[in-house]
Design a protein around this ligand. Structure first.
Ligand code: ZN
Length: 133
């Protein structure tokens, strides 16, 4: 079952496998929240605690797990670049010059990105309609 504990485990696994070079410098929380059609998630830091949020519609088993993995990886890349994290900031803007996409590829998410693009154009509108209620 995809609950917040599962989500946390998934984040720690991805961190261990794909982000070993990135130190976890503060407390990083993660949870499902929101039911968005076009937004996957976000990352915020408040009082030195980082919080990552993943679209709660992704709890549904109809949504492939790599979509969740990609969302987590996307936010961890922001973290590693010093956005919403105590790490040194490496860029002016979080999505400057496609840095997130480039780094997703570098960290082994190339195939997932291609599948995701397909899903979101063709299948997501249907899935969304079915599960948002
Ligand atoms: Zn982003």
């Amino acid at each position: 079952m995809r609950d917040d504990a599962w989500l946390r485990n998934r984040m720690l696994e991805i961190w261990q496998i794909r982000f070993m070079d990135v130190p976890m410098k503060n407390e990083v929380k993660i949870r499902f929240k929101g039911k968005w059609k076009t937004k996957f998630g976000h990352i915020r830091m408040k009082n030195n605690i980082t919080e990552i949020v993943v679209n709660s519609l992704f709890k549904h088993e109809d949504v492939p797990q790599y979509i969740i993995d990609l969302t987590i990886a996307h936010e961890l890349i922001h973290y590693s670049h010093g956005f919403q994290s105590p790490l040194e900031r490496r860029y002016h803007y979080p999505h400057q010059g496609g840095i997130v996409r480039k780094e997703l590829k570098k960290r082994g998410f190339r195939d997932a990105m291609q599948m995701e693009r397909k899903i979101f154009r063709k299948e997501w509108p249907e899935i969304f309609k079915r599960i948002r209620s």
